[in-house]
Design a protein around this ligand. Structure first.
Ligand code: 13P
Ligand code: SF4
Length: 336
């Protein structure tokens, strides 16, 4: 049995608790017990491994997860996702303990916008307002006027007067897609997601020939060349809902493969084919999302570590644009 002090030391080196868990332990049962004991809620993104999705209290896209984090009564928020998501939960819940199973679970998109370089970019365009995709660090949020997610980006941009110049960061693919949808000419930061950028258009087109009836569903973080062939473009939740409601029974899915678990659960009679990347793999996993395991979820709940810690000045500055996003989303009827 480790003490909390030993656990903290262990954490310093690793970013997760490297404590062995007996193979005989029923992790599902133990996690359920810990939920009650600690008054904890597990929020999971669709890209998490299947076992984590199955034990979660809420599974959702970035907007849904932010909303859920904003309204929870739990004392401990277990964020089964990546760092910027857990950070968003902490920004909205300063007095709650927010734990992330593995602190190394970052995001290539968030990494593509270092705060100092972004501040200079912003200072070079003083007449622009900044809309940032939620997949960014707290420092970038603090430099932004409004946050958006892939499910509300278009509505958020449309809520800004036409003559107001906008910087959109950090995802150039989502930015370019929204520019196309809205006829705007937002200035785009040159960032991207390593998972959505490596889909192979050639292999996708081959799959389309192999399954001529299948519809291509794509996340807007994908490159324009892939989006051009998509039958539906949307956030993870929107893709999932489309597949449930649509008459088609076969879909090629161009987003992280973790989402197939819920798609198959929601529509067991339908066939989902993951879009292949540009390498030897058959589907596309986010290496950061997949750092979290059921064991790490158990350990972070048991010890309350690793937790997200943030200075109050940064938190308040980062909260403003998130509140703005939630307000606009409410006012246009996207959320309640
Ligand atoms: P959404 O779940 O908001 O569609 O975001 C996808 C993603 O890349 C999260 O990291
Ligand atoms: Fe970041 Fe892309 Fe992974 Fe999402 S899928 S966490 S955007 S690297």
């Amino acid at each position: 049995m480790h003490t909390l002090i030993e656990a903290e030391k262990n954490l310093d080196k690793k970013g997760y608790l490297d404590i062995s868990v007996p193979a005989t332990l029923d992790l599902f049962e133990e996690i359920q017990k810990l939920k009650k004991e600690k008054n904890a809620v597990i929020l999971a993104h669709y890209y998490q491994e299947a076992d984590i999705q199955d034990i979660a209290d809420y599974i959702g896209d970035s907007l849904g997860l932010a909303q859920e984090a904003a309204k929870t009564n739990a004392d401990m928020i277990v964020f089964a996702g990546v760092h910027f998501m857990a950070e968003t939960a902490k920004i909205l819940n300063p007095t709650k303990r927010v734990v992330l199973p593995d602190l190394n679970a970052g995001c290539s998109l968030a990494d593509s916008a270092p705060a100092a370089a972004f501040k200079k970019f912003k200072d070079d365009h003083p007449d622009h307002i900044v809309i940032s995709y939620i997949n960014c660090t707290a420092e970038i949020k603090a430099l932004s006027d409004i946050i958006c997610t892939s499910s509300n980006a278009q509505k958020i941009v449309e809520s800004i007067p036409q003559d107001q110049p906008i910087i959109f960061a950090p995802d150039k693919n989502l930015g370019a897609y929204i520019n196309k949808q809205t006829g705007r000419n937002m200035l785009l930061w040159n960032g991207s997601c390593m998972v959505h950028e490596i889909f192979s258009l050639e292999k996708i087109l081959k799959l389309k020939t192999q399954y001529p009836g299948a519809k291509l569903l794509a996340h807007p973080e994908c490159e324009e060349a892939v989006l051009k062939y998509a039958d539906f473009i949307g956030s993870t939740t929107q893709i999932l809902n489309f597949a449930v409601k649509d008459d088609c029974n076969e879909f090629i899915v161009a987003t992280e493969a973790g989402i197939l678990h819920q798609m198959e659960k929601d529509s067991p009679h339908k066939h989902f084919i993951p879009a292949p990347p540009n390498n030897a793999c058959a589907c596309n996993d986010c290496p950061y999302m997949k750092m979290n395991t059921l064991e790490k979820v158990y350990l972070c709940m048991k010890y309350g570590l690793p937790q997200i810690v943030m200075g109050e000045k940064l938190r308040l500055a980062a909260k403003k644009p998130i509140d703005r996003m939630l307000e606009i989303s409410r006012s246009v009827g996207l959320i309640k």
